[in-house]
Design a binder for this molecule. Structure first.
Ligand code: HEM
Length: 254
């Protein structure tokens, strides 16, 4: 959160507001959210939008070296960017910019603790971290599903898909496709050919993939180096969610 807040230009003093707003808004990403979740998500969206509106107007008048200032300079309510688009973009970047990365960290360490031979392999050679990060993202996919609306009649794998259909793209399932991955249900941190779909595909391919990879490589490497004997204290529980798949907490002893 600190990385993404700094990139955008949210003042340090306000950064504690962001994580709760993001968590509340993400309640809406789940399937069939309850009325209570919907209300909490709307309340957080309104507060967050108003916060960004004030901040972006301030940065439009007094630009600094950050993303909100850069976007605020091109708000022209027409050709390039409207103020609402600026706000939507900042909310997206702030939410997308940390939720999944947090979950890859938790899910990833939990997968490693459950597979001691792979954890030992990683501990014996930290240069394996980049490949391990890709494998952990494949093995326990942090964003399970995104949707698409079909714009023209087509056929996928012999199934006719009519225009107007709503499709759920199951990234977690695709990442365990035996036609693509050898022994897909085995965690193999040395897996070389790993065309996983955890960052999506096509024109909406994750904008932040290079940043996420960098953050994950740094955090896994740092924890391996600083706490070489880190061990699990208790089996973790999952957040009661499907699309954004992550642990409530991961208790370890360093
Ligand atoms: C491990 C971490 C991450 C995962 C697994 C992830 C996954 C994804 C996926 C699956 C999509 C495609 C959504 C779709 O097809 O509808 C996406 C889009 C996006 N991601 Fe990420 N993401 C991660 C980190 C980040 C970070 C760090 C940022 C911000 C810097 C970010 C910003 C975005 C944005 C802005 C989009 C929308 C792109 C578009 O619609 O053109 N993501 N991400």
């Amino acid at each position: 959160m600190a990385v993404i807040a700094e990139m955008l230009g949210v003042p340090d003093a306000d950064s504690h507001l962001l994580r709760p707003w993001s968590a509340e808004i993400c309640l809406m990403y789940e399937l069939n959210p309850s009325e209570e979740y919907a209300q909490r998500a709307v309340k957080a969206s309104v507060e967050f939008s108003e916060y960004l509106r004030t901040l972006s107007r301030e940065r439009r008048a007094h630009p600094r070296n950050d993303l909100i200032s850069a976007l605020a300079q091109v708000v022209d309510e027409g050709q390039r960017l409207t103020e609402d688009e600026l706000i939507g973009t900042c909310v997206l970047v702030l939410n997308a910019g940390h939720e999944a990365t947090v979950n890859v960290t938790g899910n990833g360490w939990w997968a490693l603790f459950r597979t001691p031979d792979q954890l030992a392999l990683l501990r014996s050679d930290h240069s394996r971290v980049p490949r391990a990060v890709e494998e952990l993202m494949r093995y326990d996919t942090p964003l399970q599903m995104f949707e698409r609306w079909v714009l023209e009649d087509c056929e996928v794998g012999g199934v006719r898909v009519p225009k107007g259909s709503e499709l759920g793209l199951l990234f977690g399932s695709a990442n365990h496709d035996p036609a693509v991955f050898e022994e897909p249900d085995r965690l193999d941190i040395t897996r070389g050919d790993n065309p996983h779909l955890s960052f999506g595909a096509g024109i909406h391919f994750c904008l932040g993939a290079p940043l996420a990879r960098l953050e994950l490589e740094i955090s896994f490497s740092t924890l391996l180096r600083r706490f070489p004997r880190m061990e699990l204290l208790a089996e973790p529980g999952w957040n009661p969610a499907y699309i954004i798949r992550g642990l409530r907490e991961l208790r370890v002893r360093t």
